[in-house]
Design a protein around this ligand. Sequence first.
Ligand code: SAH
Length: 211
Amino acid sequence: MDAHEWRQRMVEVDLIGRGITDDAVLEAMRTVPRERFVGENDLDEAYADRPLPIGCDQTISQPYIVALMTELLRVRPTDRVLDIGTGSGYAAAVLATIADEVWSVEREPHLAHSAARRLSELGFERVHVEVGDGSLGWPPAAPFDAISVAAAATSVPPALVEQLADGGRLVIPVERSRHHQELLLIERDGSDIVERDVVPVRFVPLVTDHD
Ligand code: SAH
């Protein structure tokens, strides 16, 4: 099978098979070439449903989790999206396939630069990769219709909630105890903030100097 066929199989088995139903998400996952976001030594594993190393002790998230987070965000073609923890740039590419514009913030300059180069080579012109501490959000481009955080926080950073547009959605893994991280969906409705637990997850820590 070639990469395209592996990708279709991944969508059938690991996404539809596990309950992902949003057509825009499935279509994005059918088109973004995940093999371009993993290391050369991991090409054989590009379509396995697990995280893979990308250098700097970091990982590209497993396809199911990227799909689940994107589905929870209910991303629309007119949306402005903030992605925290660019890593390889894969999740940013999936978001950008659906949304209007994506800002992606990464604290490791080396990862940010290689992701930016990869995304531009692949033609993702509406993704802006920025180096910084994503727990502060990205004020110059706020507010956002959707915010996706790919690293586990000890608590929800207030800046991210502040940068949600009215009707905006935020998905973020939060550490509940040493061995328990929970994926949260937070929605803004006017001045009301509604939060719900979605599923236990496992992410690398969100590293921040601002507590
Ligand atoms: N979404 C990525 C996977 C990210 S792994 C992908 O699709 O490949 C989590 C990333 O978050 C790592 O690259 C890590 O360096 C980054 N990170 C950790 N703390 C951060 C912070 N405070 N601000 C921005 N990025 C952070």
